[in-house]
Design a protein around this ligand. Structure first.
Ligand code: APR
Ligand code: PHB
Length: 391
């Protein structure tokens, strides 16, 4: 088999890239280790920046999002129960975010892939990028027990944090930067109306809490928890009690309780790998970087990566210029680091750090009070939250 671009992984990065290349007339094949139901079923964040909304529209995938997504012009912060609003639209000259679950985005991408002939091989075992330093790279894998090989011009490693692509870059070339946080997020989904029409990020003495949603009838809530905690120890009742406490009396009183139908604990990590290209292999999305979920930048960063990567690849195939290909890593990393900084800062501002003392907590409370009273500070938060421009 032969194609122009072999894409490893059919998460948001791989699927968006597949669609972008298809639209531009560049041949690509996506190789995914799991099946569609698995990839689509993973519960992830659900706040789309303008860049992501624009891409959905540009790919003619925006119909359901426009109908079912919730446009948010503001978000809320809480400091020990005192909730205040950041009017993002007013502060940024009209920018908003769209609340539309990653699972819905994935469904739209998969449905359209089938209809538009974006090629995806599911259940591809033992996928490996080969000869990435040569100008004739390939990807090998096993399918139903049969060895397969795809010759290509470029490989896009869109296979997430645990994928094989990053590992194909020699260790003396690769540099990694990492921060592991001493807590996780315990999240639930419940078929109940959300406590507010916008999100609430709450810093409470007992730890962080987040009120989010998937629709006017489906809520997504999180509380910070210890990394050693067990999901079995968190009955729904215990979760609701702790959430209400951390959101404070006003917002807590508006929480409507109900049985959870999903409950899981996720660790928090900041991670960046440099460079995002080696030879004929490019990294995009979680394969190259991870952000803690505070601020919901994960999928949006995967999207900005593949927008830049598709532009570079199209330039190569259509104009015969490698300027974009050569600039991809530096261009993508410039935006990645800014989103890393914001996600790290927002996490540091809102979480309880078990290893820190009363002084650090006072600094958080003072910073929240400063943000509440300062338009300049609110603009800084708002422009990062709605998403920085692609440059
Ligand atoms: N071979 C083939 N596919 C693989 C391999 C492999 N060796 N390893 C992983 N994959 C697949 C996974 O099964 C998954 O479907 O690659 C895909 C990677 O998807 P994500 O982990 O979602 O990464 P990405 O597309 O970069 O999306 C980043 O979306 O899922 C969220 O938390 C994530 O917000 C982040 C954003
Ligand atoms: C979510 O709804 O899952 C969500 C929203 C905002 C975040 C993180 C997760 O910052």
């Amino acid at each position: 088999m032969r194609t122009q671009v072999a894409i490893i992984g059919a998460g948001p990065a791989g699927l968006f890239l597949g669609h972008l290349l298809k639209r531009a007339g560049v041949d690509a094949v996506i190789l995914e280790r799991r099946d569609r139901a698995y990839v689509e079923g993973r519960v992830r964040a659900g706040v789309l920046e303008q860049v992501t909304v624009d891409l959905m529209e540009r790919l003619d995938l925006g119909q359901r999002m426009r109908r079912e997504g919730l446009v948010h012009g503001g978000t809320n912060l809480a400091s020990d129960g005192d909730v205040f609003r950041i009017d993002m639209a007013e502060l940024t000259g009209g920018s908003t975010v769209m609340v539309y679950g990653q699972q819905e985005v994935m469904k739209d991408l998969f449905d359209a892939a089938e209809a538009r002939g974006v090629q995806i091989v599911f259940d591809a075992e033992d996928v490996h990028p080969q000869d990435i330093e040569s100008d004739r790279p390939s990807v090998t894998w096993r399918e139903n027990g049969v060895d397969k090989r795809l010759d290509c011009d470029f490989i896009a490693g869109c296979d997430g944090y645990h994928g094989v692509s990053r590992a194909a870059i020699p260790s003396d070339v690769l540099r990694t930067f990492e921060r592991v946080y001493p807590f996780g997020w315990l999240g639930i989904l419940a078929e109940v109306p959300p406590c507010d029409h916008e999100l609430i990020y709450s810093n409470h003495e007992r730890g962080f809490a987040l009120a989010s949603m998937r629709s006017p009838t489906r809520s997504r809530y999180y509380i910070q928890c210890g990394l050693d905690e067990k999901i079995e120890d968190w009955s729904d009742e215990r979760f609701w009690d702790e959430l209400c406490l951390r959101l404070g009396p006003e917002a807590g009183a508006k929480v409507i309780r109900g049985p959870s139908f999903e409950k899981s604990i996720a660790p928090l990590r900041s991670f960046v790998t440099e460079p995002m290209r080696h030879g004929r292999l490019f990294l995009a999305g979680d394969a190259a970087h991870i952000v803690p979920p505070t601020g919901a930048k994960g999928m949006n960063l995967a999207v900005s990566d593949v927008v830049m990567l598709s532009e570079a690849l199209v330039e190569h195939f259509q104009d015969g210029s490698d300027a974009g290909v050569d600039h991809y890593s530096a261009r993508a990393l410039a935006r990645v680091w800014k989103a890393e900084r914001f996600s790290w800062w927002f996490t540091s501002l809102t979480h309880r750090f078990p290893d820190r003392d009363g002084f650090d907590r006072k600094m958080q409370v003072a910073e929240l009070a400063y943000i509440k009273g300062s338009r300049a500070a609110q603009i800084t938060l708002a422009e990062n939250y709605v998403g920085l421009p692609l440059v």
